[in-house]
Design a protein around this ligand. Structure first.
Ligand code: NAX
Length: 324
């Protein structure tokens, strides 16, 4: 049996974690041969609810779970963590402006960045799910000077998976027939779901769908999918978000099967200058991701990529004073 790895989950009594923790515990993220120690973080008022989650995790009698830590102290939750899934975040309250939301989350993610810096494994892989995910990841990274900024990522895999499903349905194929899907930029309504490099069962997607459907149905539907789920379900995406977080971490740790989308520190690739966490097409192998280089971009793509970059730079400007 392998040595156990430590997996920290924040917002562990919330909706996404109610799926996420159980799937990680069952081996969906790192494999059925990888024992895990779950280190669950919540705010103090949610500790009783978290205790209920721990009781249920125990009641599952998962063979892979070696220990469960439940705490309201980030230093305890991130102690020696090999993986950290930062799901907990401050939701937008009544009368809250976008800037207030960014600031409220900046306070949370700066504390958590410091706690990761001081306590986590030097090889920790961090995924930020809590919104605004890209900028929260940036703040955490800026507050963790002893860790490599590349260890901090944000989740656009749900957008990626949503785009796969929409295109597969439209073309009458299976999601596994679709390759080369890309989400560029921010996990927000400005994200750019790009099918220019996509093939469906070997045929370029652009030959299979009309341009009008792509621009006026597909792109807005993927961008607005979160709102559509809230309208239909009366609650935001939870199981699908958890599933995508597992996909993101599994691929990063164990390797991806082709191109996937991850929000990572911009490095100048495709003209996106450093200073923001931007979603790129990547491939993962041996525990590392690498941006797919050399893709041709037309003017439509460049304009969409710029719009989402601009939004990320505005988000950054709103929290610049907290970046440390
Ligand atoms: P919930 O409100 O159900 O759960 C969030 C939990 O986080 C709560 O239990 C809360 O007590 C806890 N929390 C708040 N501040 C904390 C802190 N400082 N430390 C530890 N825990 C803290 O939300 P849920 O539906 O689980 O969604 C969580 C986050 O994911 C939200 O920010 C949401 O916007 C975001 N999402 C991001 C997605 C993505 O693709 N990147 C998609 C799904 C989701 O909307």
């Amino acid at each position: 049996m392998k040595d156990p790895v430590r997996i920290a989950i924040t917002g562990a009594a919330g909706n996404i974690s109610y799926s996420l923790a159980f799937r990680i515990a069952s081996g969906d993220m790192l494999g059925k041969d990888q024992p895990v120690i779950l280190q669950l973080l919540e705010i103090t008022p949610a500790l009783e609810a978290l205790n209920g989650v721990v009781m249920e995790l125990n009641d599952c009698a998962f063979p892979l779970v070696q220990d469960i830590v439940a705490t309201d102290d980030a230093n305890v939750a991130f102690k020696d963590a090999d993986y950290a899934l930062l799901v907990g975040a401050r939701p937008r309250g009544p009368g809250m402006e976008r800037k207030d939301l960014l600031e409220a989350n900046a306070a949370i993610f700066s504390v958590q960045g410091k706690a990761l810096n001081d306590n986590a494994s030097r090889d920790v892989k961090v995924l930020v799910v809590g919104n605004p995910a890209n900028t929260n990841a940036l703040i955490a990274s800026c507050n963790a000077p002893d860790l490599d900024p590349g260890q901090f990522t944000a989740m656009t895999r749900l957008d990626h998976n949503r785009a796969l499903a929409q295109l597969a349905q439209k073309t009458g194929k299976h999601v596994t027939d679709v390759e080369g899907m890309i989400i560029w930029g921010n996990h927000s309504a400005t994200q750019y779901p790009d099918i220019a490099h996509c093939k469906v069962a070997g045929t370029p997607a652009a030959e299979l769908v009309e341009r009008d459907w792509y621009e006026n149905t597909f792109i807005p539907d993927v961008q607005q999918r979160g709102a559509a789920i809230i309208k239909a379900r009366g609650a935001s995406s939870a199981a699908s978000a958890a599933s995508s977080a597992i996909d993101h971490m599994r691929d990063w740790a164990l390797g991806s099967n082709g191109i996937v989308s991850m929000a990572i520190p911009a490095d100048g690739s495709y003209g996106i200058e450093p200073g923001i966490i931007y979603s790129y097409p990547v491939v993962c192998q041996n525990g590392a991701y690498e941006i797919v280089q050399g893709l041709e971009l037309d003017d439509f793509s460049k304009q969409k990529m710029k719009a989402t970059e601009d939004e990320l730079r505005q988000e950054r400007a709103a929290v610049e004073h907290l970046l440390g």
